[in-house]
Design a protein around this ligand. Structure first.
Ligand code: ARG
Length: 472
């Protein structure tokens, strides 16, 4: 009923079989369509393993050199696009090994003391180290763009919001630096995933190591699985080493958190660039028009970024569901671990790049920002603080200022334009100097403790960020 593969028997594991798998099974079971991107890591792992086999006397120096140059040639073919991938060979590992056997007589010795289980675990650890470094770089570019904007907009004030209602004035620079804080935590998270990845599983075999005299430290050193002092770092239990997919969960979770962050920033930028807010204009390069309404300039880039966050959360969820209740050790389910991880890397990376482009190109409407932050009600808390400084208990001060706000609203007179007589009626400690509270520049200067939006603080923070980014 099902057609079997017409090709020669499965060379890598076909010994105990009398026939070939059905074509349907081959199509169903292949992973080479997506795991071929592991080729550079697979070749690195195989070369390190080959060097180790030679080091312990299981290969001669000639055999090692032949295998290594064969692997280099294959990688070149892969990178040039000339390599013929074959889905009947299941995955990247067997494709490369088979290609090697077509080139090098001793290729059949490469898989000595190794299983695809420790091989794929090694490939993925190398992949995670590289992916985390790439993302960390992309985050640093975004941080640099935010710091430049903070410097550019040093003097512009905007309302700070809670509940999406005007709360207290801040500088626009302070807002950009808030995003920088948020994204720098993502960078830290990726660096910590890379540290967790930094242990070599090779030598774990299928699940219980090998009887051959393998030198695991040698392989680990070859592949850069070393601590700061250069000591090799090895996984400590083969069962766990081939079963463990924590890094997949951690990486996808780190991407999902990063995605959540960029979706929040995207939402702010979408809102702030509306006709209603008008604080910002988005760069044309990252907006699109409408096929029907000629006037539209839509923030599609930011909407897509907001949408990607859902996809990144979905990828993390896929992996948690994949792992839940999975028995020790390797199970073929685990082949499904790669597509969500690759997608998380790709979508996080492109979103970070787009967001960096949007930040770099956005234009600020300082007049609109100024008008919005001139709202005197945002300094109501400063007025309460004024009373506190005159020994009025805060709760009482809060109540008094609340009354004044209500009076301002009822009479339609802005809070700062009530007369001194009206104000001092609300509390005798409101002196003739009370209007000074509403001087925005002074209000900002009154916030000069660490972490606050005072202009000196912002200047120091910009300098700190620049220094940090220059040394990374
Ligand atoms: N393509 C497989 C995967 O990604 C490699 C490991 C295969 N191991 C096995 N025992 N079938 O999971």
């Amino acid at each position: 009923m099902f057609r079997v593969m017409a090709k020669k028997p499965q060379v890598t594991w076909g010994g105990r079989f009398s026939g070939n798998p059905s074509e349907l099974m081959v199509r169903f079971g292949e992973s080479v369509s997506f795991d071929q991107r592991l080729a550079p890591f697979d070749v690195r792992g195989s070369k390190a393993h080959t060097a180790m086999l030679c080091h312990v006397g299981l290969l001669t120096a000639e055999e090692r050199d032949a295998i290594e140059s064969g692997l280099d040639a294959i990688l070149q073919e892969i990178e040039s696009g000339a390599f013929q991938w074959d889905e009947s060979l299941e995955d990247v590992h067997m494709n490369i090994e088979q290609a090697l056997s077509g080139k090098v007589a001793v290729a059949s010795k490469l898989h000595t003391g190794r299983s695809r289980n420790d091989q794929v675990a090694t490939d993925m650890r190398l992949f995670f180290k590289s992916a985390c470094a790439e993302l960390d770089d992309a985050i640093n570019n975004l941080l640099a763009a935010l710091v430049e904007k903070a410097d550019e907009h040093g003097a512009v004030t905007v309302p700070g919001y809670t509940h999406l209602r005007r709360a207290q004035p801040v500088s626009l620079a302070y807002q950009w630096l808030a995003y920088a804080e948020m994204f720098s935590r993502d960078g830290e998270r990726f660096r910590s995933v890379a540290e967790h990845a930094n242990f070599c599983p090779l030598g774990s075999g299928a699940l219980a190591g090998s009887t051959l005299p393998l030198d695991r430290e040698f392989t680990a050193r070859e592949l850069g699985f070393v601590d700061k002092e250069g000591h090799p770092q090895l996984t400590r239990n083969s069962l766990d080493a081939v079963a463990d997919r924590d890094l997949f969960l951690e990486f996808a979770t780190a991407c999902a958190i990063c995605g959540t962050h960029f979706s929040r920033m995207a939402e702010d930028l979408i809102l702030w660039s509306t006709e209603e807010f008008g604080f910002l204009a988005l760069p044309e390069a990252f907006t699109t028009g409408s096929s029907l309404m000629p006037q539209k300039k839509n923030p599609d880039s930011l909407e897509l970024i907001r949408g990607k966050a859902a996809r990144l959360q979905g990828n993390a969820q896929t992996l948690f569901t994949l792992m839940k209740g999975l028995p020790m050790t390797y199970n073929r389910d685990l082949q499904e671990d790669k597509p969500p991880v690759f997608d998380s890397l790709d979508q996080t990376m492109i979103s970070l790049q787009v967001l960096t482009g949007v930040v770099t190109g956005l234009m600020v409407n300082a007049t609109a920002c100024k008008a919005a932050s001139a709202d005197p009600q945002m300094l109501a808390t400063d007025l309460a603080d004024y009373l506190v400084k005159r020994n009025v208990p805060f709760r009482e001060a809060h109540h008094v200022v609340g009354k004044l706000v209500a009076m301002a609203e009822k009479t339609g007179i802005p809070l700062n334009e009530l007369t001194h007589a009206q104000a001092s009626q609300a509390h005798p400690q409101i002196g003739p100097d009370w209007h000074k509270v509403f001087h925005l520049e002074t209000a900002m200067k009154n916030r000069e403790k660490p972490g606050m939006p005072g202009p000196d603080q912002i200047r120091q923070e910009i300098a700190r960020w620049r220094q940090r980014l220059a040394t990374e």
